[in-house]
Design a protein around this ligand. Structure first.
Ligand SMILES: Nc1ncnc2c1ncn2[C@@H]1O[C@H](COP(=O)(O)OP(=O)(O)O)[C@@H](O)[C@H]1O
Ligand SMILES: [Mg+2]
Length: 325
């Protein structure tokens, strides 16, 4: 059984112009030991999914429909008291740019201790000591540096502390939201290797969010490509990146493939930003799509199954099947 099963989940934000559907009818499953990457450009709804899975939507955010099965709960129905037994304990998140949120006047080990004690208030002192040493070893920060202040750490070390805090209570599911975006490429690479190793050693479930295909490809086994609040293609890494079917995935990958060939980078041609308040159910990518026909503006796109694990959301089944054959 899947660790997490999301079905037909829609999430909206109340704004002065009405309800904006930031996530529109998405379904996916997460299994232990199969890190799943969510990739797509800024604003497509990735962080909204992460925050919903932590019960941390802002005031104006609402779950509009669907279910989120995790252990014996439907997370879409939990109240705040119930969330406290899950958030940080069973499901933990490495937040976007969190390394800048470490408390500057508190020693690093104290901040990790706080994360442990918040969720396990009755932990014995000896166990706490053991746990903190384990965590610093796990993220490869020398014990001699545990009592430093955050400003004495490099960016990579700060991000390791954030990872240690997320791991503090042995969560079943870890959500990493752009965990390496603020780091330079060499450090990014080290942190990605570390996340990969930790995930394998702990056999946790993992959702890995990034706008960067290369980053997602280096860590994840399964991939969900998002566009304008929808998952438009899903499959294994080899399927989605090796044989992309959805026109948006192909555009997204096009910019990387040309980088590899050292030719000019093709910036995806997006004529218009998607309108998230449009609710007619038709294809949100149509306005930017190279294979779009009139039908795409009048019918609701359907999932086209390419294999047992690989599928793409499109109105043009024939073309989708033809790609790469
Ligand atoms: N608190 C909010 N109020 C209104 N709209 C929001 C809020 N947070 C995010 N959004 C909108 O929801 C969409 C998805 O945002 P987000 O989940 O942050 O995307 P991503 O993480 O993929 O960049 C965007 O259009 C964004 O402007
Ligand atoms: Mg985000």
């Amino acid at each position: 059984m899947a660790l997490l099963a999301v079905k037909n989940l829609s999430i909206g934000y109340q704004t002065k112009d009405g309800m904006v559907k930031a996530v529109d009818n998405i379904s996916f499953e997460i299994e232990k030991g199969r890190p799943t990457g969510f990739v797509g450009e800024s604003g497509c709804g990735k962080t909204t999914i992460g925050m919903t899975l932590m019960g941390l939507l802002p005031e104006n955010g609402r779950i509009l429909g669907g279910s989120i099965d995790f252990q014996t709960h439907d997370l879409a129905q939990l109240n705040e008291n119930q969330w406290r037994t899950i958030r940080g304990k069973e499901i933990a998140m490495i937040f976007q740019a969190a390394m800048n949120a470490l408390n500057p006047v508190m020693r690093v080990d104290e901040q990790v201790i706080e994360a442990i004690v918040t969720h396990t208030p009755d932990i014995l002192l000896g166990d706490l000591d053991k746990r903190i040493n384990e965590l610093f070893d796990l993220v490869e920060i020398p014990r001699a540096r545990m009592k430093d202040f955050p400003h004495e750490y490099s960016g990579g070390m700060k991000q390791r502390v954030i990872i240690a805090m997320a791991l503090a209570c042995n969560p079943q599911l870890i959500i990493a939201d752009e965990p390496t975006t603020a780091l330079d490429v060499i450090v990014q690479d080290q942190i990605l290797k570390e996340i990969d190793a930790i995930q394998k050693a702990r056999n946790t479930g993992m959702i890995f969010i990034s706008h960067d295909i290369a980053v997602v490809a280096s860590v994840c086994v399964d991939i969900c490509v998002m566009y304008a609040g929808q998952i438009v293609e899903m499959g294994t890494r080899e399927e989605v990146f090796g044989s992309p079917r959805h026109p948006y995935t192909r555009t997204l990958l096009g910019s990387y493939l040309s980088l590899d060939n050292q030719s000019t980078v093709i910036i995806p041609e997006m004529r218009e930003a998607p309108d998230l308040s449009a609710g007619n159910g038709c294809c949100r990518f149509a306005v930017n799509c190279k294979i779009c026909s009139n039908a795409c503006n009048t019918v609701v796109p359907q999932w086209v199954n390419i294999s047992k694990t690989h599928r793409a959301l499109c109105c043009d089944e024939t073309t989708i099947r033809k790609f790469n054959e």
